[in-house]
Design a protein around this ligand. Structure first.
Ligand code: ATP
Ligand code: MG
Ligand code: FE
Length: 341
């Protein structure tokens, strides 16, 4: 089985060819970061224009690199939400056109399910499992009872974890997206500021990061007013320690309650070394019953290979879209459409 997968939900144009949901034959990713940096974040209109320019190049490169012809493909898969509507529409339109032209079935994929399935490239997902989904727009703990059966048991009440990294980065003068650079800086510093850990002891799996963001901004601002220069590495380390502490504490308490086979760590923020290391250490407590499966570093950010892996499951379950498929910017779980999980 060969699936041609499309991902254009935000600022990466990506097209991949995936075999049986487990082998990446090609994974073309064109990132637009440079174009958005001067605005300090993603500008939707600019993103859509880039997707239009890159998508046909992406299709050609993905097929060429995989050495696969359209006739050899089994299906076409596409992210139809959540994300920016104008960006999603380019991928959806390209996928529908390709599927129609080559008489191929079309498989609709939820972007967040895609993030989870990036972990599939480390080892097969087994169920029941818990997912810690941390990205630019989401911070969720997901209970996965079976393949395709996703239920959100915890969510952020305000900012997403990645969003907090990016906003704090702005204060430190780090260009968008700031997560990777804060991660690097944090490695050189210490948690000297002891920022708040919101909701950490509450008996739920929800998060809040806006208070942390405000505390960080106030700390830097007050020091500025006193003409004082704070240590950037310590600021980064303190911020990251707070985020990691809350994420890890909450997910461990979810693991106490739900006996699962795997904890899947996925999403752009899953690339964070502080988070990966802390989870790895703390998870030894649940071994060998529960195994940590972190998405590969290179596949934490947006890419079509993860969409191809999720599509493999959706395809097997008979999930199909027709030419009326539309983008759904606020698409939520459950992710399979029109089929019983
Ligand atoms: P969503 O997936 O919720 O729709 P998105 O697709 O924009 O949002 P992703 O591409 O999954 O988000 O992740 C991007 C986010 O990951 C950015 O906020 C970025 O700063 C963050 N990020 C990337 N690398 C790291 C890192 N090493 N540490 C912390 N955050 C990181
Ligand atoms: Mg991105
Ligand atoms: Fe994403």
């Amino acid at each position: 089985e060969l699936i041609l997968a499309f991902e254009t939900s935000c600022d990466e144009t990506s097209v991949a060819v995936v075999e049986n949901g487990e082998h990446i034959l090609s994974n073309f990713v064109a990132t637009q970061i440079k174009s958005h940096q001067r605005f300090g974040g993603v500008v939707p209109e600019v993103a859509s224009r880039h997707h239009i320019e890159e998508i046909t190049i992406g299709i050609r490169k993905a097929l060429t690199e995989a050495d696969v012809t359209p006739e050899e493909l089994t299906a076409v898969a596409v992210t139809y939400g959540p994300g920016l509507v104008g960006s999603l529409l380019i991928g959806v339109t390209a996928a529908k056109t390709f599927a129609f032209a080559h008489h191929l079935p079309l498989v609709p994929v939820n972007h967040m399910a895609g993030h989870i399935y990036a972990a599939r490239y480390v080892e097969p997902l087994t169920f029941p499992s818990l997912g810690l989904l941390v990205s630019g727009g989401h911070t969720q703990i997901v209970l996965m009872k079976a393949a395709g059966e996703f239920e959100i048991i915890g969510d952020t009440r305000d900012d997403a974890a990645g969003e907090a990294f990016d906003k704090v980065g702005r204060v430190l003068g780090i260009p968008y997206p700031a997560g990777k650079e804060i991660d690097r800086l944090a490695h050189e510093g210490h948690d000297t500021f002891n920022f708040p850990r919101a909701m950490i002891h509450e008996a739920n799996y929800d998060f809040s990061f806006s208070g942390l963001k405000s505390a960080f901004i106030n700390t830097v601002h007050n020091a500025d007013q006193r003409g004082e220069q704070l240590d950037r590495a310590d600021l980064a380390a303190s911020f990251q320690a707070s985020v990691v502490d809350v994420l890890v504490t909450k997910v461990l308490s979810a693991l106490e309650r739900y006996q699962v086979k795997q904890l899947v760590l996925a999403g752009g923020v899953a690339a964070n070394h502080g988070l990966r290391d802390a989870l790895k250490t703390k998870m030894t407590r649940f071994a060998p019953q529960t195994k940590l499966v972190a998405a590969p570093l290179a596949l934490c950010g947006d890419n079509a290979a993860m969409i191809g892996a999720a599509a493999h499951i959706a395809y097997a379950k008979g999930d199909r879209a027709d030419m009326s498929l539309n983008a759904d910017p606020s698409l939520e779980f459950p992710w399979l459409t029109g089929v019983e999980a």
